[in-house]
Design a protein around this ligand. Structure first.
Ligand code: CP
Ligand code: NVA
Length: 337
């Protein structure tokens, strides 16, 4: 990388929109806040070339961000750690032996951490646990690093990736092929807010859950349509991007064999990609299981933007941290929708 040094960003605090205390769900951002987040992340990405002279290099000086992962992670953990450090803050890595809710109540863990750190990034199973945690500690910012229901930080990065390819996202069509899982649910919310049509193709019994469909539908702007399919070919017809994720999410390992059978016809391969719009991109949150939800050919093809998505986790999570930690820290959360 031989960067030409970009001009520093104007002072950031003036540019930051108002946000809620926590980021537990895409729906904690409204459409304007999401657009601001993407704009800020794009600028932070350029500014990274300035290293220690980046305008945000000391933005979190003296602030502490704790990380608690109850499920495995490569991308989310690494990018949050690098993000906090590059913003001048301190990372406190908590061990899973904190045992949220079993060694001591969730609300007690939250009320302890609130006395020591500014924010906590949590990967866990239950979305409700995150809500309870955030409610118990009104001065602590809580960020969802993936739950069984949502993966909002991933989807912000995916939106930046699409924006880099297409400019505006409005009016585009994205096809998600596979399990109606946490990634699909957060994707549905973001697409609705940004005016992107989303087609989700899943086998019977694995569709996006009703509440996820209702929430996304209630967020829809600019005529964005969410449509559910069972035939992946129908879903990808005319799509600008084809997105897939693992057939077996973390915590569902006992179902892996059944799921391999159920999802066998939902593999993203060259034949399926050929049904999408010419030039369509391939997306995956990773980790990918080549030979299952995607073939090695598609994963390695020029259509694949998977490592751009992974890189953009870093820039977007910096933006999320800055927006939250410069927001209404001591004010109670607004009611959740
Ligand atoms: N995409 C994603 O969240 O990756 P990790 O599970 O490795 O964090
Ligand atoms: N749906 C996957 C996403 C991994 C990043 C899971 O929850 O395991």
């Amino acid at each position: 990388m031989t960067p030409s040094r970009p001009a520093p960003t104007p002072a950031l605090p003036e540019r930051l929109p108002t946000v809620r205390k926590d980021f537990l769900s895409l729906a904690d951002f409204d459409a304007v806040t999401l657009e601001h987040c993407l704009e800020l992340a794009a600028q932070i990405k350029v500014d990274r070339l300035l290293g220690h002279e980046a305008p945000t290099a000391h933005a979190l000086a003296g602030r502490h961000v704790a990380m608690l992962f109850e499920k495995p992670s490569l991308r989310t953990r690494t990018t949050f750690e690098v993000a906090v450090r590059e913003l001048g803050g301190n990372v406190v890595g908590l061990q899973p032996d904190v045992a949220l809710g079993s060694r001591e109540p969730v609300a007690d863990v939250a009320r302890n951490l609130e006395r020591w750190v500014d924010a906590v990034v949590i990967r866990t199973f239950s979305q409700q646990l995150l809500v309870d945690f955030a409610t118990a500690a009104p001065r602590l910012h809580v960020i969802n690093a993936l739950s069984d229901e949502e993966h909002p930080c991933q989807i912000v990065a995916d939106c930046l990736t699409m924006r880099e390819r297409w400019g505006t996202l409005r009016g585009r069509t994205l096809a998600f092929v596979g399990d109606g899982n946490n990634v699909a649910s957060s994707l549905a919310q973001a697409c609705a807010m940004l005016g992107v049509n989303l087609h989700v193709a899943s086998p019977e019994g694995y569709h996006l859950p009703g509440p996820a469909v209702q929430r996304a539908t209630s967020l829809a702007r600019h005529g964005a349509r969410l449509r559910l399919f069972t035939d992946p070919v129908d879903a990808v017809a005319g799509a600008d991007a084809v997105y897939t994720d693992t057939w077996t999410s973390m915590g569902q390992e006992a179902e892996a064999e059944t799921r391999r059978r159920v999802f066998a016809l939902y593999q993203v391969n060259e034949e399926l990609m050929s049904q999408a719009k010419p030039g369509a991109i391939f997306m995956h949150c990773l980790p990918a299981h080549k030979g299952e939800e995607v073939t090695a050919e598609v994963f390695e093809s020029s259509a694949s933007v998977v490592f751009d998505e992974a890189e953009n986790r870093l820039h977007c999570q910096k933006a999320i941290l800055l927006m939250l930690l410069n927001g209404p820290a001591a004010e109670p959360s607004l009611p959740r929708v």
